[in-house]
Design a protein around this ligand. Structure first.
Ligand code: GA4
Length: 349
């Protein structure tokens, strides 16, 4: 567990309004006949949505959460046996290699050929954690692929596994992150907030996040404002990652929105910037209760070329990015700090 608050850099705004969760996170029931259309709209609009009716057994989720809590309750020396997160392993406060810090402990694990590769998980003392993690990632991969297929089909892309095949690939560069945000009584007394995990976009194609009932996740809207997301332990939250944003360059289009203004329902049209949106997000912690989240990142194989799917590019339109492979993108990503806009480095000049 963390003993004292990390450096002041992670101290943030005091007095943020409580219980002011953003009401506009799309909730998509996967069995809904309109789910594909709703998914596509959510990816263009926020780059973020919540899925229900996902078919992942609650027992599996509860089992993993229990194992995670036990792991993070161990003495520091035991947790450090997982190896320093560089990038894979156990991390405490420090995120990445470039000076980011947060009020968080985590395990970051690489997924190779459908299971987790990490020496410490092979130890007999870690067998129940290993088994819960491995069962969980199988389900996560299935769910991520189901959603990627629904997105492709919703966009009219043939074949419908155009995105999901990248995550299904033997070489897919996917990972699992387990974050533990410990309580911090000092912050709670002062009614302040700390950065648990600084603002960033995820580099991969898709992220599937599940958390306990503790709030903290915030997303950034198109106008740059930050809104808190109401946690829901029975659902999964989906983020569009940078790689999917690059693959999905769409012609500009208008989307219809409904907004309640005063007591009136107003219909208006918004011009999307014509692509899937990799959502900026962060975690602020209030110190009251611990927050636990597990995030599956579905990434492409290293050699995969990331360029807009030709079918989605309107005539005469060109990608704003130069072509690059996932390997190239990831190497650059590891030289950045969390808040950097990583795709900017690949903009055509
Ligand atoms: C953000 C998304 C994932 O958590 C992650 C992070 C990675 C890390 O923790 O090692 C990075 C970050 C993330 C992007 C920029 C670099 C790399 C920390 C960091 C400062 C595992 C990932 O893939 O990219």
């Amino acid at each position: 567990m963390l003993k004292s608050p990390p450096p002041t850099r992670v101290l943030t705004m005091a007095g943020l309004r409580e219980n002011s969760f953003f009401p506009g996170v799309p909730v998509i029931t996967l069995s809904d006949p309109d789910a594909e259309t709703l998914l596509v709209r959510a990816c263009e609009d926020l780059g973020f949505f919540r899925v229900t009716n996902h078919g992942i057994p609650m027992e599996l989720i509860a089992r993993l959460e229990e194992e995670i809590m036990q792991f993070f309750a161990r003495p520091a020396a035991e947790k450090e046996l997982a190896g320093k997160a560089n990038p894979f392993g156990y991390g405490c406060k420090s995120i990445g290699n470039n000076g980011d810090v947060g009020w968080v402990e985590y395990l970051l694990m690489e997924i190779t050929s459908k299971s987790l590769s990490m020496d410490f998980l092979m130890k007999p003392s870690a067998s129940s954690l290993r088994s819960a993690l491995n069962d969980y990632i199988l389900e996560m991969r299935k769910l991520a692929c189901q959603i990627l297929e629904m997105m492709a089909h919703g966009l009219g892309i043939e074949p419908r596994d155009a995105f999901s095949k990248l995550v299904m690939d033997e070489e897919s560069d996917s990972m699992l992150r387990v974050n533990y945000y410990p309580p911090c009584p000092m912050i709670q007394e002062q009614n302040r907030f700390m950065t648990g995990f600084g603002e960033h976009t995820d580099p991969q194609l898709i992220s599937v996040l599940r958390s306990n009932e503790t709030a903290g996740l915030e997303i950034s809207l198109r106008d740059g404002s930050w809104v808190p997301v109401l946690p829901n332990r029975e659902s999964f939250f989906i983020n569009v990652g940078d790689s999917l944003q690059v693959l999905c360059l769409l012609p500009n289009q208008k989307i219809k929105k409904e907004l309640i203004m005063g007591r009136r329902l107003v219909l208006f049209q918004v011009l999307t910037n014509g692509r899937f949106r990799s959502v900026r997000h962060r975690v602020l912690t209030k110190g009251l209760k611990s927050r636990v989240s597990m995030i599956y990142f579905g990434g492409p194989p290293p050699g995969e070329r990331l360029a807009p799917l030709p079918l989605l590019v309107a005539e005469g339109e060109q990608s704003q990015y130069r072509e690059f492979t996932w390997h190239e993108y990831k190497s650059c990503a590891y030289k950045t700090v969390l808040a950097d806009s990583r795709l900017d480095q690949f903009q055509k000049r």
